[in-house]
Write a protein that binds this ligand. Sequence first.
Ligand code: 5GP
Length: 214
Amino acid sequence: MEINDNEITRKGLMFVLSSPSGAGKTSLSRKLLELDKELFLSISYTTRPPRPGEIDGEDYFFVNNDDFAFMQEQNEFLEYAKVFDYYYGTPKKPVKKILDKGRDILFDIDWQGTQQLMNNSKDHLVKVFVLPPSIKELERRLKERKQDEDEIIQKRMSRASDEMSHYAEYDYILVNDDFDKTVKEIISILNAERLKNHRQIKTQKIVKNLRGSL
Ligand code: 5GP
């Protein structure tokens, strides 16, 4: 990604999508990245084993406990958390690189990670929480993807309630009852947030030029 500094017109934002497992967050993220070329995915490190079809370096960086602990010690994570017995963490470096170029970064992280970003990156943050239309639908989606054992599905279901209890900490709440509608809603949020006054870098210059030509 080569970007000339003169092309940077705004500060990049950190766009967080959280939801209980099975609310459709992964499909939503994929669609957003496909539609919006200014948005880049933050690829987390995890100690969870890969699910069938997951690719190292694309879905996650899959590491062992020792490697994760080492990165933690070296202060390489912007945030990290334990979810379902495994560790998940966001590496600092790629985030900084993307923000510095005036581009946006998408985070698929849980409420624990979002709280940490609130403490260390509040100004850049836009937080969206995606709810499933019903618990029945949530269970159906978890079973349908056939990636997890029954026991794990039950664990994810019981954690859904815990995750949803944090909805109030988010800026926007969406109910994913219609995939295409939800995608449109997220894109509207993204575009509106990009236009926020405090994210515009060149406004002062533009207004000065406009006023100067009156
Ligand atoms: P999964 O194992 O289904 O891919 O992810 C389980 C949960 O961990 C999801 O809620 C996901 O958003 C969250 N998660 C994934 N990566 C990170 C991360 O880097 N940090 C935090 N805090 N949560 C993450």
